[in-house]
Design a protein around this ligand. Structure first.
Ligand code: FMN
Length: 393
């Protein structure tokens, strides 16, 4: 803990968090967390596209308060930055999900638990006072999907996010010498093969062996803690590409707010709204689904134009600083999710690492709001940013 607190203090940016993550966990794991699908073109685009947006500040106005608080689907959050659902974290840090949830709760914002969480959703929800949402993949075994929905409900999750863009996509390119693994079947075999890397990260290795994280925990969300035979787990966990009709099936089992995550075109946004989504997340899975789709921020203005008056539009992909959040909000996003920034924080320094990342976002957002002449995130308008013409509706 002491170690985590002192490392957290040294985190001055998302880049710094990644640096400290790389020092704590083996390379094959950081490659997994930071990488994208295919040639990672979309992943790079997501980040770089923010540089194409310029601010149009209103000088000598406002800036007395810099109010960041807002609501998402009637849930109050202290700032419009939430933690994105990310799976397979337990191998890197056994307590990652609870650490993220605690940090989010203390910062007054929401944590979204991945369907591939290493810690049961009940335990993540119990770890925090803050709001917790649950992300669902549609599974081949519908009974398991129903169980997951039921458990999210019982844990008090305030919203359910259905991810619709986990459909395979482009295969990751990697160097022939790089170690690869699947978080779902990570075991001693891989650990031994990766020995040249794991032995150089003794703090991670001791933690990993002590908690055996990743060997058993990915099944936690499905098994109520009871062991299942491996073939049943693999079968149950296989993600079935979601089809629009699945929403009606979920609606029969979930009365609360339903968010559709993974929309990148206005047509899909309209379809999601027509099917009864209460919010959508403009997202390309952080460049982990189909490589070659546009940067999410470049798709945002057209999607807001198509459905922004009917539904809340949330956003993720490539957000690395407070100024990126402000740009997305100015273009009509209600709130953003951060995936890798939170992963880097938690891998580098556990809960204090995520707290630090959220603090950095908060500080910079306030500074940018003030420089733009706004008292509140609700004062942001599209006129405060200029975007390339081809992004416009
Ligand atoms: C390592 C990793 C695991 C992820 N796992 C999931 C997941 O289980 N479910 C999901 O809906 N999205 C998942 N995502 C996508 C994130 O929710 C989010 O859309 C993306 O990370 C946002 O981009 P960013 O990382 O640039 O912030 C994952 C992303 C990463 C990097």
């Amino acid at each position: 803990m002491l170690n985590q607190a002192s490392t957290a203090q040294k985190i001055t940016s998302v880049t710094a968090a990644k640096y400290y993550m790389d020092r704590r966990i083996p390379k094959f794991l950081s490659q997994r967390y930071e990488g994208g699908s295919g040639r990672a073109v979309t992943l790079r685009r997501n980040v770089d596209a923010f540089d194409e947006i310029t601010f149009r500040p209103r000088a000598a106005r406002g800036f007395e308060k810099q109010e960041l608080a807002t609501t998402v689907l009637d849930t109050e959050i202290s700032m419009p930055v939430m933690i994105a659902p990310t799976g397979g974290l337990a191998i890197g840090y056994w307590d990652a999900e609870r650490a993220e949830a605690r940090a989010a709760g203390k910062a007054g914002t929401a944590m979204i638990v991945s369907a591939s969480t290493g810690t049961a959703v009940e335990d993540v929800a119990a770890a925090t006072e803050g709001p917790v949402f649950f992300q669902l993949h549609h599974l081949y075994d519908r009974e398991h999907s129903a169980t997951m929905i039921e458990r999210a409900k019982r844990s008090g999750c305030a919203a359910l996010l259905l991810t619709i863009d986990a459909r395979g996509g482009a295969m990751r390119e990697r160097h022939p010498r790089d170690t690869s693994f699947s978080p779902m079947s990570f075991g001693l075999g891989q650990l031994v093969r990766a020995a040249p890397q794991t032995l150089r990260r003794p703090r991670w290795l001791i933690d990993f062996l002590r908690h055996r994280s990743g060997l058993t925990v990915p099944m936690a969300p499905l098994t109520d803690g009871k062991p299942l035979p491996v073939y049943r787990i693999m079968e149950a966990l296989s993600v079935r590409p979601t089809v629009w009709d699945d929403i009606a099936w979920i609606r029969e089992r979930w009365e609360g707010p339903l968010v559709v995550k993974g929309v990148i075109t206005p047509d899909d946004a309209r379809e999601a709204v027509a099917r009864g989504a209460d919010a959508i997340v403009v997202s390309n899975h952080g460049g982990l689904a189909l490589d070659g789709v546009p940067a999410t921020i470049s798709a945002l203005p057209q999607i807001v134009d198509a459905v922004g008056s009917q539904t809340e539009v949330w956003f993720d992909g490539g957000v690395r600083r407070g100024s990126d959040v402000i740009k997305a909000l100015a273009l009509g996003a209600r709130a953003v999710l951060i995936g890798r920034p939170a992963i880097y924080g938690v891998m580098a320094a556990g809960e204090p690492g995520v707290t630090r990342i959220l603090e950095l976002f908060r500080q910079e957002m306030k500074g940018v709001l003030s420089a733009l002449g706004c008292d509140s995130v609700h004062d942001l308008t599209p006129e405060m940013v200029a975007v390339p013409d081809h992004w416009r509706p």
